[in-house]
Design a protein around this ligand. Sequence first.
Ligand code: DX5
Ligand code: ZN
Length: 217
Amino acid sequence: MNNIIIAPSILSSDFANLESEIKKVEKDGADWIHVDVMDGHFVPNITIGAPVVKSIRKVTSLPLDVHLMIETPEKYIKDFANAGADIITIHYEACANNINELINLIKSFGKKVGISIKPKTPASVLTPYINNIDLILIMTVEPGFGGQKFMPDCAEKITEIKQIAPKQVIIEVDGGINKETAKYCILRGANALVAGSYIFSADNIKEAINSLKDIKV
Ligand code: DX5
Ligand code: ZN
């Protein structure tokens, strides 16, 4: 078994049975719960907000990995922090002008900070912040929807980030992850995997999670 963090994205779960869906992946070996927050502006889809995170917080002890695909994240960080998020990831493209302020804001709530980049954003934009954050989230699909096809070019950014990031910074990938694409990312240095459809559409969730944990590194 590798030490890669597995973060199932509840976007592909059955929202009518969210509690049992989360408990199932928790029992089957998930390390984090990945929560995709979309506002219909930054991405062309709307999902869930802080009240749902607050409810989820009550049914799992796993860290909540909250991925904010929203404009003006400064307006909502406090709500997600108070709702019980453990890691709050903002998009570089949504706040390139006030990113340091937002990093400090997230830290002021005692939360871990992530910065995510979309497929067309180069890894180099992260250089000024890399010593001040906990996680980089590399999108390997255009954010907005689950079930899309993995873009290998995006995963090449992992190699670049590995060269500039301090050891403790977690490199997470998100979009189109299955056991083949996960291997591609792990070989380049990713150590956290978000997987939505691969895990939640599997006939056997435990086997799906284990197939990611069993990838040799
Ligand atoms: C996409 C989201 C992802 C999504 C991944 O914008 O950020 O977390 O749920 O879904 P899959 O694993 O199905 O590509
Ligand atoms: Zn995500």
